[in-house]
Design a protein around this ligand. Structure first.
Ligand code: IPM
Ligand code: MG
Length: 357
């Protein structure tokens, strides 16, 4: 039986990098029966241009009935002037919320071949393998009330609400503890419990969940310290679990430990394991159409999709091995180039991974 994959290329470099991931999936499709049934739908700016909204109803409908979703990126300067409610990013946020994909897994793995591509010393990052589990459908991204209003004196104020319920904290912590069980068994919960009530509750619930996991060790860290520790000694971490906004920030930070944000894939899972897969980077308007975007984060996201939603861990392993072998051969997109390597474009990188399968 083939798996239904909904592809949402989106904006900016989205279509370029998604094409390379599809090339890799196609290269796996060698048997008599196609393994993947690929459908495309618009989201973000592309959808705004086509139908006036960033998440059209047919896109949402199709995302509900498919087995997994592979997304490129959304957003771009063209749509920045639009009202907040219909900006491209709102399409992505609505999709995450509608699908209930609350557990966002963002692995930051420093490939040994890229140790020199990081801005940090090679010794600090070599061997790094940390998993950030970011809460994705709650917190300040979604809390109400929110808006921009005028004070009585006419001065405007912007406001958002940081709110987390116990059940929201509990389920994402469980996802982190379950993941830690399959790794080195350590979870660091990152919060700002010295200042925020939402974090105080977060810490309490994380501690309760930990009681059910004898084999996993829980520690807590304030987010400012966590940012410092990620740069100072990132290898102390195994699994980090944190809120939506802290996870957004820390995962960009962690990506630079690996050499480039163009290397970080992600899986966003619901309670049943259905998932939305996307690179953690954005639409990169500055390099659109130049053929230099790094497709590896998206290719690795496709590997995560095979592992977590399509029950094909063997194929995921093959993709990950192919990526490693291409890096071994010294092929690099410009974002991960270092002396002595060969710079290639988006397409050549995708071709090389497909060929290495
Ligand atoms: C990410 C991105 C998104 C986020 C944007 C594009 C809305 O930065 O996936 O990390 O903030 O979640
Ligand atoms: Mg981000």
């Amino acid at each position: 039986m083939s798996s239904k994959v909904l592809v949402l290329p989106g904006d900016g470099i989205g279509p370029e990098i998604v094409d390379e991931a599809l090339k890799v999936l196609e290269a796996l499709d060698t048997g008599a029966d196609a393994r993947f049934e690929i459908e495309r739908a618009p989201i973000g700016g592309e959808a705004i241009d086509a139908c006036g909204v960033p998440l059209p109803e047919p896109t949402l409908e199709r995302s509900r009935v498919c087995d997994a979703i592979l997304l490129g990126a959304v957003g771009g300067p063209r749509w920045d002037g639009l009202a907040r409610e219909i900006r491209p990013e709102r399409g992505l946020l609505a999709l995450r919320a509608e699908l209930g994909v609350f557990a966002n897994l963002r692995p930051a793995i420093a490939y040994p071949q890229l140790a020199d591509a990081s801005t940090l010393k090679a010794d600090v990052v070599r061997g790094l393998d940390v998993l950030i589990v970011r809460e994705l459908t709650g917190g300040i991204y979604f809390g109400r009330p929110r808006g921009i209003r005028a004070r009585e004196d006419g001065c405007r104020e912007g406001f958002n609400t940081l709110v987390y319920a116990e059940d929201e904290i509990e389920r994402v912590c469980r996802a982190a503890f379950d993941a830690a069980r399959r790794r080195s068994g350590r979870v660091c919960s990152v919060d700002k419990a010295n200042v925020l009530e939402a974090s105080e509750l977060w810490r309490e619930v994380a501690t309760q969940v930990a009681e059910e996991y004898d084999d996993v060790e829980l520690s807590h860290m304030y987010v400012d310290n966590a940012a410092m520790q990620l740069v100072r000694a990132p290898k102390q971490f195994d699994v980090i679990v944190t809120s939506n906004m802290f996870g957004d920030i820390l995962s960009d930070l962690a990506s630079m430990l690996t050499g480039s944000i163009g290397m970080l894939p992600s899986a966003s899972l619901d309670a049943s394991g259905k998932g939305l897969y996307e690179p953690i980077h954005g639409a990169a308007p500055d390099i659109v159409g130049r053929g230099v975007a790094n497709p590896l984060a998206t290719i690795l996201s496709a590997a995560m999709m095979l592992r977590y939603s399509l029950d094909a861990a063997d194929l995921a392993d093959r993709i990950e091995r192919a990526v490693a072998s291409v890096l071994d051969r010294g092929l690099r997109t410009p974002d991960i180039e270092s002396p002595g390597t060969t710079v290639v474009g988006t397409r050549e990188m995708g071709d090389a991974v497909a060929a290495a399968l």
